[in-house]
Design a protein around this ligand. Structure first.
Ligand SMILES: Nc1ncnc2c1ncn2[C@@H]1O[C@H](COP(=O)(O)OP(=O)(O)OP(=O)(O)O)[C@@H](O)[C@H]1O
Ligand SMILES: [Mg+2]
Length: 436
């Protein structure tokens, strides 16, 4: 039963009492207040759906409108009336409580009868239920609609980012056979410094120092890992090590990265309009970014043909680029990059593309999620080409101790002598040198 229906049946409703000029139905009052609030504070309402503090701001705003408009409904106190209106404006129904809960990092609605949440990296099934598929669909459209996106028969899946940074994905029938599926990754607690991820034991202090040396040396780094393994977080941490005087251009599908640097330009792709026009891809943005005098380029995630252009940029003097790739090992990461670059130019021979990627990418940082839910850098490998073959040499492995790993020849010949010297020192330190 809808909230409005429930209220109509409520014993507090002044049934039989003649309505005064200002006494209105709850529905009517909600509509009046909703219009006023959305007119001037649509963004705040959206944020309030995911943030308790913002919700309180909406309660204050609505209370003001109730007082100034002298609105009342039956015997509802102003406070109750304000709360009911805010619930209608900002509520997300059965998943409300999870979005209020700071320990929940992900909310997953698999059709009307299954809602899962992730806490501390572990997934739990909840008892929350929606009434039917329409109920889920309504919620999806409310959420993605306020981020300017939509989902319907003609575009049955959608990605959106909410104002608080949370990421939303929805896919509906006929693509989903499970009914409408909604996945909300709560605005993640962004660990933004090396010290933070060292204290989470994602990387050892020595490995962190080595990564810093790689960033300082302007190496091209790809963070690789499965889904939700913390790739974007590590990318964010590495990017925060850039020098303040560098001009950084960040290109993403849906904006996630937030750098604590001054000179950063964030670009985001655009899906096509209802008429099928105006689509702007990562590839388009990357090509444009090359004309923006970047010192550093970041592609949030390589997923397709843009890989070709990123590799081209890395090979033509754009040093110190960063990106992430969805892959389960360093080797897999390089194969994925090759396959994706091939999407752009199928006529380029595979071996040419491979050695081109080997020449472009300097370091692969492999991430994984361990059973406890923690995220780990499991391997750091140097990449290069030797006698036409792509070589990868792990210099850090979280499981095996790699003492004695040296800077491989193929790598020394790939970088400038001073970079090679710096990296040799960083490697010595990584191999059990000073633990400070
Ligand atoms: N080093 C870390 N330690 C603990 N939790 C982390 C760490 N890095 C990321 N997380 C958490 O893991 C979740 C996923 O992080 P992130 O978005 O960085 O992963 P991802 O690999 O980029 O995911 P996707 O595959 O969706 O792109 C977030 O909730 C984040 O807070
Ligand atoms: Mg990511």
């Amino acid at each position: 039963m809808s909230l409005i229906k429930k209220l109509e049946l409520s014993p507090y409703r002044t049934l039989g009492k003649a309505q005064t000029a200002r006494e209105r139905s709850l529905e009517d009052v909600i509509e009046t207040v909703r219009e006023k609030v959305l007119e001037s504070h649509a963004g705040l309402v959206m944020e309030a759906r995911l943030s308790r503090a913002k919700r309180n701001e909406v309660v204050a705003l609505v209370s003001e409108l109730i007082v100034s408009g002298e609105l009342y409904v039956g015997r509802l106190t102003r406070k109750d009336l304000a709360e009911r209106i805010v619930q209608e404006l900002c509520g997300l129904g059965p998943i409300d409580e999870f979005l209020d809960d700071p320990t929940v990092t992900e909310v997953m609605v698999n059709g009307p009868h299954e809602v899962y949440v992730e806490r501390d990296g572990v997934i739990h099934k909840t008892s929350a239920r929606f009434s039917d598929e329409r109920h889920v669909l309504e919620l999806i459209n409310r959420i993605v609609g306020s981020a300017g996106r939509r989902v319907d028969q003609s575009s049955p899946y959608v990605d959106a980012r909410l104002p608080d940074g949370s990421r939303v994905n929805a896919v509906i029938p006929p693509l989903s056979l499970t009914g409408p599926v909604l996945t909300i990754r709560r605005f993640p607690r962004r660990y933004s410094t090396l010290d933070e991820i060292v204290s989470l034991e994602t990387v050892t202090r020595q490995a962190a120092k080595f990564l810093k040396a790689c960033v300082d040396a302007r190496l091209d780094i790809v963070v690789s890992g499965g889904s939700g393994t913390g790739k974007t977080t590590t990318l964010n941490v590495l990017a925060n090590l850039f020098r303040e005087d560098e001009r950084v251009i960040v290109i993403e599908d849906s904006s996630e990265l937030k750098l604590s640097l001054d000179h950063v330009i964030y670009l985001q792709t655009r899906p096509e309009s209802v008429e099928g026009k105006g689509r702007v891809t990562i590839r388009d943005l990357l090509r444009n970014a090359l004309r923006m005098r970047p010192d550093r380029l970041i592609i949030g995630e390589c997923r397709g043909a843009e890989t070709f252009d990123l590799i081209a940029a890395m090979n033509t003097g754009h040093e110190g680029c960063l990106s992430t790739v969805h892959a389960n090992s360093t080797r897999d990461c390089l194969s994925r990059l090759t396959a994706m670059a091939l999407m752009a130019h199928e006529s380029v021979p595979l071996n040419v593309l491979e050695s081109w990627i080997g020449a472009a990418v300097d370091v692969v940082v492999q991430q994984a999620r361990v059973d406890s839910g923690a995220r780990r850098v499991v391997e750091i490998s140097l990449v290069g080409v030797s006698r036409g073959e792509v070589k990868t040499v792990p210099v850090y492995d979280a499981q095996r101790s790699l003492s004695g790993a040296e800077l491989p020849d193929f790598f020394s010949s790939k970088v400038r002598p001073e970079v090679s010297e710096t990296l040799k020192k960083a490697l010595d330190n990584l191999n059990g040198g000073d633990a400070s």
